[in-house]
Write a protein that binds this ligand. Structure first.
Ligand code: AOF
Ligand code: ZN
Length: 415
């Protein structure tokens, strides 16, 4: 995996446009940028028509409807030679059709001929057959004459679609709305560059940030609707992670289950992090399906490296509070989903422990994430809050040395 055209992180985390993407203007179909036209990303996109610019806005809005995870959010709009939009597609998550194929399928279903049209897409069309694809070939097969895309795909196995399209005679330009497209998937680009899974962290808590009562009872703080939402997420991720403490205390199964309690079709790898072993009879061992992995470490980054080597590209960190805190303190959370129950406990286990923040100036800042269903949703009695780290805040990756050590995090305690 290598990066092409993208640079980063700039300081702790955060992406910058490359000189090519930020300053060179649209890349022309000879594969070299023209050099003559300069544009400030997000201000004016010289070299692109008003119809293409409007189509890219629509594509970015459509992209944001998909779920975050192993794959980036991508949208595609096809316009005719008069600039009229014909179809819009977007990617609905790893394993489902890519945005380009979604748009092409929509056209096929509606009987719309795409010969001679222009596809405007928020990421370079992929060139590989992964879980799906390759999109470049699907575009060629559909007879699409021109492609305008926002940013290059930095993911090596998928990259190279632009060259394939050009070789087939498709006119290709890139750089339109590059800043917005990079920002939409900022943390996904970071994860790809760092060769680690995209990390979603989940907290189910009371109004006063408790995840269990004083006596340890915690089932259930969340509404049935929140639990169902979380199980749907479990069915989309590659792996779910808890600490050994959670295995010893809560003995969770960590399987994805349908609302009727039946196991979902796709099950995540169940990962347990911590130095203590997993007891033989622990529910997490399942029925010997081999989908359980013990990670004998307390370092989030080390756990992520091992999971990445095991093929995990989207991880959900489930708990408990020490694991949640360690990932947050290390800046290794890309997406935060918080189920907030209208309940008070006043005492009990707090969702988070010390994050190593001693003064307000060091606070972690988060943005409300309007993508993937919105920043705030009502799920039964609960609120589901959706956030992502603010650019350049404490929520960006730091060295693991900054992970706070707890007194309890010893041989006796730990994860
Ligand atoms: C596209 N269009 O809508 C998306 C792309 O495993 P796969 O087959 O789903 O491929 C995943 C990779 O494809 C992902 O890492 C990224 O490089 C690219 N995502 N590409 O042409 C899309 N989501
Ligand atoms: Zn693709």
């Amino acid at each position: 995996m290598a990066l092409r055209h993208l640079r980063g992180p700039a300081g702790p985390g955060g992406w910058q446009l490359s000189a090519q993407q930020a300053a060179a203007g649209p890349q022309q179909n000879n594969g070299r940028h023209s050099g003559g036209t300069r544009y400030a990303a997000g201000v004016a996109d010289a070299g692109f028509s008003a119809a293409e610019t409007a189509a890219m806005d629509t594509a970015l809005a459509a992209a944001a409807r998909g779920p975050r995870g192993a794959n980036p959010l991508v949208g595609a709009v096809v316009i005719d030679s008069d600039g009229r939009p014909l179809v819009t597609g977007y990617h609905r998550g790893a394993g489902t059709p890519h945005a380009e194929v979604d748009a092409i399928s929509e056209a096929a279903a509606a009987g719309v001929d795409l010969n001679g049209t222009t596809m405007v897409v928020s990421l370079e069309p992929c060139n590989h057959r992964g879980r799906t694809g390759p999109c470049a070939q699907a575009i060629i097969d559909a007879g699409i004459a021109a492609v305008v895309y926002a940013v290059d795909d930095p993911h090596d196995p998928a990259a190279g679609g632009a060259a394939t399209l050009r070789a087939a005679g498709v006119r290709v330009r890139s750089g339109l709305a590059a800043a917005a497209a990079l920002d939409l998937n900022r943390r996904w680009f970071d994860a790809v560059a760092a060769k680690r899974p995209f990390v979603t962290l989940h907290i189910a808590q009371t109004l006063d940030s408790r995840i269990a009562a004083s006596d340890g009872t915690s089932q259930w703080i969340s509404s049935p609707e929140s639990l169902a939402d979380n199980h749907a997420l479990r069915g989309r991720i590659d792996a779910i992670l808890v600490g050994t403490q959670t295995v010893l205390v809560d003995n969770p199964r960590l399987t994805a289950r349908n609302p009727d309690g039946e196991p979902a079709e796709k099950q995540p790898l169940r990962a347990v992090m911590g130095l203590r072993g997993i007891p033989e009879g622990a529910a997490v061992n399942g029925d010997g399906d081999g989908k359980v992995l013990h990670l004998p470490t307390r370092e989030p980054r080390e756990a992520l490296d091992r999971l990445f080597d095991a093929g995990v590209r989207h991880l959900m960190v489930e708990g408990g509070s020490r694991i949640l805190s360690a990932f947050l303190a290390a800046g290794l959370v890309d997406e935060l989903i918080l189920y907030l129950a209208p309940t008070l406990l006043g005492a009990g286990t707090a969702a988070l422990e010390d994050l190593g923040i001693g003064t307000l100036a060091d606070a972690q800042h988060w943005d409300w994430d309007e993508a993937s269903g919105g920043a705030v949703q009502r799920l039964g009695r609960d609120l589901r809050l959706h956030l992502r780290p603010a650019a350049g805040s404490g929520g960006t990756e730091t060295s693991s040395d900054s992970t706070p050590r707890n007194d309890a995090d010893t041989a006796a305690g730990g994860y």
